[in-house]
Design a protein around this ligand. Sequence first.
Ligand code: RIB
Ligand code: CA
Length: 318
Amino acid sequence: MTTPPAKIILDCDPGHDDALAILLAAGSPAVELLAITTVGGNQTLEKVTLNARRVCTVAGIRGVPVAAGCAGPLARPLETAPEIHGETGLDGHDFPEPDVPLAGVHAVDLILEILGREPAGTVTLVPTGPLTNLAVALRKDPHTFRRAREIVWMGGALGLGNVTPAAEFNAYVDPEAARAVFASGVPLAMHGLHLTHQVRVTESVRRRLREMGTPVGRMAADLMAFYTERYRRRFEMGDPPLHDPCAVAFVIDRSIFRTQRMRVDVETRGEFTAGMTVCDVHGVTGRPANAEVAMEIDVVRFWDMMFLALAALPIQSS
Ligand code: RIB
Ligand code: CA
């Protein structure tokens, strides 16, 4: 008997890598994308929400509600990332006007509605931005929130951060939300920088995207060209890491990952360490493990998964 597709809600802040996470989730036959929800992060809520609708328009992703969520963190001003994602949050491609509507419901309410509607333990939440929407949903209706099967988050880091030496962007923007979600009681898998930096957008990947010769391939190639140039400028890095699709890939086939259960605590007060995910790799704290942390990924199988999904999206010709 074949395994039914995994039901997911993708909570994101497009963002170049979020855009590819949307494409992977929508194109993979192993995923049933129930909703796309947006959160202030890489750019303002208005911009990331427009970007989600733009990506869905180019790829022909229809019938998946796109709902806007929280504009900013629980307890701090929003800090965006224009140095990586540009002023629009998705610079680098000339998008048509979106023809995918904005859902007339707040993302938090849509998340809770879906969790309440679907059988308990069947919907996976896949956040690839700050965890503000999930933290507000947890606070608003903890019983319904805990019907989620699992939370698979792109965020955090086992070691160095990328916004400060200590903190990764998604954790840094809203550490209070991350702290609350890690304590929610819903099983949580964390895909931090130590994992996502194993997946690089190389020249051959960029060429393979361009050679698809489809609107989706052209969009992805354009976006990755911009993203690569910005990463080189900011981090003096040859090929940029592709963060967010790792979380979706985990839902599709967790066998391409090695993980380790461990205790993860989120620093919210440190003068120099706010947003740090303190990962107890060696169990020295004696505190109970609360996360499955992805440690390694089979990069070849990841890219096979990604290109299969891109080729399966509805719009394959202009
Ligand atoms: O640190 C990388 C994460 O921050 C990714 O999700 C990227 O899109 C940004 O949101
Ligand atoms: Ca993101």
